[in-house]
Design a binder for this molecule. Structure first.
Ligand SMILES: C[S@@+](CC[C@H](N)C(=O)[O-])C[C@H]1O[C@@H](n2cnc3c(N)ncnc32)[C@H](O)[C@@H]1O
Length: 248
């Protein structure tokens, strides 16, 4: 049995060192919209720091106690005002509305049923100001990834272990259940000169664009733009991403 992937925030940052293709898109959106920003599933504050660095007011919500503490330490160490609070994106309730609400880096796929997804969208709708924008950024589920050989390990990334700077590597295997559309993923974290990897696990609920359209509409949103990449290329059948910009 592996460890929940969302318990070791420093390791998350170390492994996701390469993830930066969404920063400009999200900070530009925050800048264009202006006003207050709310991020759901804010994680270690990867995007929070970039948004606050541009002078925007920011609040994040995340369900991992460890990640919330780590994100707040990071935010404080930079001298920023914002913070991340512990909460569930399906049920959170805040006294204010926000002008820009977003869910970045595939985090919406951690809602494992359409009912959970709809509950989250409904909360986002309730917390969005009348002129505000809501953005979700997801990859397009890829059959060649979902239906890989379950007994084989596939290379994910190389990284540097945060505690001692030694070389690391992540390999993965997965099991996709096409009834529930849940992809269960095992990540094996290797360390140089050590035989046994550490095992982490997580689930991702694959949601395709037609279902996203339906869920967003059902929650009351108007889909104003749909991009296929962070450079704002319009969405088409060849797109790697499904990025929704919605209003009320
Ligand atoms: C892929 S990480 C993304 C973190 C961050 N948004 C980023 O871009 O780096 C996914 C995050 O979703 C959080 N998460 C998963 N389920 C959640 C839920 N129901 N409510 C709030 N956060 C959740 C996890 O704790 C984790 O921090």
């Amino acid at each position: 049995m592996g460890t929940n992937i969302y318990t070791e925030p420093a390791l998350y940052d170390a492994v996701n060192w390469w993830k930066n293709n969404d920063i400009q898109f999200i900070t530009d959106m925050a800048d264009e919209i202006g006003g207050s920003v709310l991020e759901l599933a804010a994680g270690t504050g990867r995007l929070a720091i970039e948004i606050m660095d541009k002078g925007q007011s920011y609040l994040g919500v995340d369900s991992s106690q460890e990640y919330v503490e780590y994100a707040n330490q990071k935010i404080k160490s930079k001298g920023f005002d914002g913070r991340v609070i512990l909460g569930d994106m399906r049920t959170f309730s805040l006294p204010n509305t926000y002008d820009f609400i977003f869910i970045g880096f595939n985090s919406f796929f951690h809602l494992l049923t359409n009912d959970d997804a709809l509950a989250c969208l409904t909360q986002a709708y309730t917390h969005l100001s009348n002129q505000g924008k809501f953005v979700i950024d997801l990859f397009i589920p890829d059959p060649s990834f979902l239906y890989k050989d379950e007994n084989k390990l596939y290379h994910v990334t190389n990284f540097t272990w945060p505690e001692d700077g030694s070389k690391g590597m992540v390999k993965e295997r997965n099991h996709y259940n096409d009834e529930t559309q849940i992809n269960h993923i095992w990540w094996y974290f290797y360390k140089e000169n050590m035989d046994d990897p550490s095992l982490f696990e997580f689930d991702m609920h694959m949601i395709y664009p037609d279902t996203m359209d339906r869920l967003l509409t059902e929650a009351g949103f108007t889909i104003e733009k749909k991009y296929g990449n962070h450079d704002k290329t319009p969405f088409n059948e060849e797109s790697d991403y499904q990025i929704y910009v919605c209003g009320k």
